[in-house]
Ligand binder design. Sequence first.
Ligand code: ZN
Length: 192
Amino acid sequence: MILPIVIYGDPVLRVKCKPITEVTEEIRKLSQDMIETMHNARGVGLAAPQVGIALQLAVIEVPPDDESVTYVRINGEDTPLAEAMPLIFLNPKLDHGKEKAMGEEGCLSIPDLRSEVRRSAGVKVEYQTLDGETRTIEADGLLARALQHEIDHLNGILFIDRLSAAAKLGVRRKLKRLMLEWEEDGLIPSKR
Ligand code: ZN
């Protein structure tokens, strides 16, 4: 089932999400619906608060031929990217690598806005699977970027919070204009 995506301005995008203590049928269904919703919106990732649910759950699917990803390790073992996707992860804990990288990002909750964001080039994330198993995933490139972007969502942080001061100024202006368009399009409630 394709779920409606919450748009910038909704307070659910700003809360710290609760950990999932038990994987119920609802959680399984939600994660499948999130994958379907992400595919439908042609996104690389989607976090539960983006469909209005403040739980620590997110999904990622980086295209299997993405060349920016030079390694994926699951539980320390080299894994082909295609095999690791789609990734459904619960209650993640993020370890940043030392090296940083710039890369362009967008967000399904902030349509039509893209900007360069400085992030760790490589990360290691410990998470739980739907089977209750604890795993680690290490990756670089777009997958590392997507992991950081989605984990930020689970903490109420958006990519526009991570921009340089100069980029933030430009984005603030563009956001004001976009929000008026979203209002007109009925994507967000009207303030008038
Ligand atoms: Zn996003």
